[in-house]
Design a protein. Sequence first.
Length: 122
Amino acid sequence: MKTKAIFYVAFLSGAIFFTGTSMTTLKNSSKTEMSAEENILNATYKGITEEGLYLFQDDSRKEHHFDDYSEEIGGDLYNDELIGKKFKVTWVQEKFEEYDDDDNPTGKYLTIRKITKLEKLK
C-alpha cells in the first residue's frame, strides 16, 4: 500500500527521482512556491530528451528545457506530430519540497520550469 501511495503522490506532483536504490518524491505541498511572473518564449518544439525534459529551441538556436506542463495547454507533448512546430510557450517556475522514503521532508527544494500555455504559431 505504501508503494501505491508514494507513486500516487509522485504522479500528482509530476516528478519522481531515483537515487541509487532509494526513491525520493517531490510534493506540491502548501509550502510550494510558484513565481508570479509568467515568462513567454517563441520556440520550435524538438521533442523529449533522454532525461524526460521537454525541449524547445528559439530562433537563435538556444535550447530551453521544461520539466512539466499543465493539462490545460490543450495538447500532448508526447505527440511526435508536434515536433518541428513553432509555439508561443508561456511558463512559470515552481518550487517543490523533497520528501524521503519515509515521507518526511528533507529540507531540500527543487525548482522546476512548467509550461502553462502553448499556442501554435504559423
